[in-house]
Design a protein around this ligand. Structure first.
Ligand code: OAD
Ligand code: ZN
Length: 330
């Protein structure tokens, strides 16, 4: 039987990877984490923005806007409670990146995600560029001093009657994790890494991103003409749409299915399964299954039992968010 377009695209990529003479640079976004139960931003029904748009916010992206945060930080912290790292397990895609690292074929991982799942899957810090920052560090937005993550976590998870917004111990200003908000610059590491890497990209795998937020969105257009650019996404996006190149490989598919298929073609399937199994055990053993009060943790949530195929959990997050934001009355 004749091969489909996607099968041809997968075979072409497998051939390039098997050759072993080119390294892979990943450019990724929220779509690689939806299988972990984290909603993306712009998918029409399930995305965070379409759900936030129903609420009483001036505009959906306001939750990540620095000017809005300065006056009204609560919506961000409602979201932070749902998205805080530690609740989710890496997806097959994250373990695929780790496998590429183990094979000595990884050049760099540029990620827009703030969920740190690349790290949890075991990808080494030296390869990771978190273009939109992360929850790892926090600063006061008034005096700019660094504030301990424990203060932020305590406030998010164990708030008593008080506000869910952590305050600076020195000046009482609002504390914000070092996530890049609209209106803020990207971390220095993003620019220095890209300066070093831009001309050295050989295989670019762009995955799970709508390529709408700049400057990240322009990276695939800046790689050299002889680079092989691969788009793994449910829909065509960015430069692949407006300026398609002859070497481009389009795999318009679910990221998790992509990983299964490409690993089959590469003969990596059993290694991938082992990585996932061991990774899951390792994460689970580092997280207690009971909460402070000795109660069993809720499935899918922090320190609890995890499932990785969870549109149900995505819906949970959006529902909880709706409830909490509606209560705010802003
Ligand atoms: P978007 O929500 O804009 O795009 C996600 C893309 O992934 C869409 O094109 C989806 O169709 C696709 N997708 C979703 N699930 C998928 C799956 N399982 N398999 C394949 N494709 C899938 O998310 P980003 O492009 O990451 O900024 O958004 C960029 C930035 O906008 C984010 O970093 C965030 C947001 O404002 C900050 O948080 C600062
Ligand atoms: Zn301060």
């Amino acid at each position: 039987m004749a091969k489909t377009k996607i099968e041809n695209a997968l075979s072409a990529l497998a051939k390039e990877i098997k050759n072993g003479d080119k390294k892979i640079t990943f450019f990724q976004g929220a779509g690689i984490s939806t299988a972990a139960g984290i909603p993306d931003f712009r998918s029409p029904k399930t995305g965070l923005y379409s759900n936030l748009a129903k609420l009483n916010l001036p505009y959906a992206e306001a939750v990540f806007d620095i000017d809005y945060f300065e006056k009204t930080p609560e919506p961000f912290y409602i979201l932070a409670e749902e998205l805080y790292p530690g609740k989710f397990l890496p997806t097959k895609f994250h373990y695929f990146v780790k496998l590429v690292q183990d094979k000595g074929l990884l050049k760099r991982v540029y990620t827009q995600n703030i969920d740190t799942l690349e790290r949890i899957a075991g990808v080494h810090d030296k390869y990771i560029v978190e273009a939109h920052g992360s929850f790892a560090n926090n600063h006061c937005i008034d005096c700019l001093k660094e504030v301990s993550g424990d203060i932020v976590k305590e406030c998010i998870y164990n708030r008593k009657e008080g506000s869910r917004v952590p305050l600076c111990p020195d000046c009482n200003g609002y504390v914000k994790p070092d996530i890049v908000f609209f209106g803020e610059g990207l971390p220095e590491k993003f620019f220095s890494s890209w300066e070093a890497d831009a001309n050295e990209v050989e295989i670019a795998i762009v995955a799970g991103t709508s390529l709408t937020v700049y400057p990240f969105a322009s990276l695939p257009s800046e790689v050299n003409d002889d680079a092989i650019r691969v788009l793994v996404n449910k829909e065509i996006a960015g430069d692949f749409k407006v300026d398609k190149r002859s070497l481009d490989i389009l795999i318009l598919k679910d990221c998790e299915e992509f990983v299964e298929k490409i690993c089959e073609l590469l003969g990596w399937s059993s290694e991938l399964e082992k990585l996932i199994e061991n990774g899951k055990k390792e994460v689970m053993s580092s997280r207690p299954t009971l909460d402070d009060k000795g109660k069993e943790r809720k499935p899918g949530y922090i320190d609890g039992e995890f499932t990785t195929n969870s549109s149900k959990e995505e819906t949970d997050i959006v529902e909880k968010l709706n409830e909490s934001i509606n209560k705010l009355n802003i």
